[in-house]
Design a binder for this molecule. Structure first.
Ligand code: 13P
Length: 353
């Protein structure tokens, strides 16, 4: 492990006013997203879509890192520049999703565990050669009758901690992502209890695997009510519940907490992040975003596989990146959503506070 390397990457990723773009959808997931807007899913369309995202003018003003899928790490733009180099040229650190997805946890119907530890060190060495400087591993925990079980929580925490230790050994900063899913009709109190249990187990496992907390980032869910719960929480309630559980479980040595959006709408994900950063509750870490859908959805909807839509799609991505960057500092307002469309890179109208 080279502490200086890890420290430099953490510093770059946690640059003030910026967040992380998760563009690491596996082939199956991006196929689902493309299908919703009638775009065929081929290596070429995936490449063209990612090129559109990564060449957004001014993206590096709001985005410090991009998480890539393995296929994308090896792809190039139309001019033949590899995507990691393209991003580095924008002042953005390239990262890589390294888990191999989830499988059923035997004996625990409905629960899953993430796989991908075998041969991970060798894969990381290769990814590093391709330009990756940080990594991501996602554990998935569903809420339901008797779920998640203690065994499910421990199995996922153990895998996350083993992954993080291997990353640091290979000079990649691990993003540790334990996602408590928002699917279901559970209330916010249930999500709070489960999230606290999960984070407690994750940090216990990280400690046991001797992971240096200073050189990792946490990517958790926000504490929210289930998507089918009739009583949705206000942003202030989400902020209070999330901060309370994070304060109980995440040591101050962790430099940053970069939330996933998890299926929240774009505006809700931004509003909730803003409420946390506007809160008077004391917290020792940076609170920012590492969104997939909540950054990309409007851009994909504008793009629809047509080169002619590139400018509109890039404007849509730049807008969400800019608004979330404002939320990272607690200075986002709903009025900013209305700002008239401007050229990418221009000073936004109605977006100053
Ligand atoms: P969402 O923000 O769409 O939840 O994606 C984040 C992510 O990286 C999931 O692993």
């Amino acid at each position: 492990m080279t502490t200086a390397e890890l420290e430099k990457t953490v510093q770059q990723l946690t640059a003030p006013g910026k967040g992380i773009l998760a563009a690491d959808e596996s082939t199956g997931t991006i196929e689902m997203r493309f299908k919703a807007v009638n775009v065929p899913c081929t290596e070429q369309t995936r490449r063209a879509y990612r090129e559109m995202l990564f060449t957004t003018p001014g993206l590096g003003d709001y985005i410090s890192g991009v998480i890539l899928f393995e296929e994308t790490l090896k792809q190039t733009n139309a001019a033949g520049v590899a995507f990691p180099q393209l991003l580095t040229g924008q002042g953005i650190v390239p990262g890589i999703k390294v888990d191999k997805g989830t499988v059923a946890l035997p004996g625990f119907p409905g629960e899953k565990v993430t796989q991908g530890l075998d041969g991970l060190a060798e894969r990381l060495a290769e990814y590093r050669k391709s330009g990756a400087r940080f990594a991501k591993w996602r554990a998935v925990l569903a809420i339901g009758a008797g779920m998640p079980s203690a065994a499910g929580i421990d199995a996922n925490a153990h895998a996350l901690a083993r992954y993080a230790a291997i990353c640091q050994d290979q000079d990649l900063v691990p993003i540790v992502e334990p996602e408590v899913l928002m699917d279901g009709d559970h209330d916010i109190a249930t999500c709070a209890r489960v999230t606290e249990n999960v984070l407690h187990a994750v940090f216990h496992a990280l400690h046991r695997q001797r992971v240096a907390l200073e050189f990792m980032l946490l990517k958790p869910n926000m504490v929210i009510a289930g998507s089918a719960c009739p009583k949705q929480a206000t942003p202030e309630e989400v902020a209070a519940a999330t901060l309370s559980r994070l304060r109980r479980t995440v040591p101050p040595a962790v430099p940053g907490i970069y939330f996933l959006s998890g299926g929240q709408s774009e505006a809700v994900a931004t509003t909730n992040l803003n409420a946390m950063n506007a809160s008077a509750v004391k917290r020792p870490w940076i609170l920012s975003f590492s969104y997939g859908r909540a950054l990309q959805a409007p851009a994909l909807d504008a793009w629809r596989g047509e080169a002619a839509n590139q400018v509109a799609a890039q404007q849509a991505l730049a807008k969400r990146a800019r608004l979330n960057a404002a939320a990272r500092e607690g200075r986002y307002t709903a009025a900013m959503e209305q700002g008239r469309r401007v050229n990418v890179g221009d000073e936004p109208v109605g977006d100053k506070s």
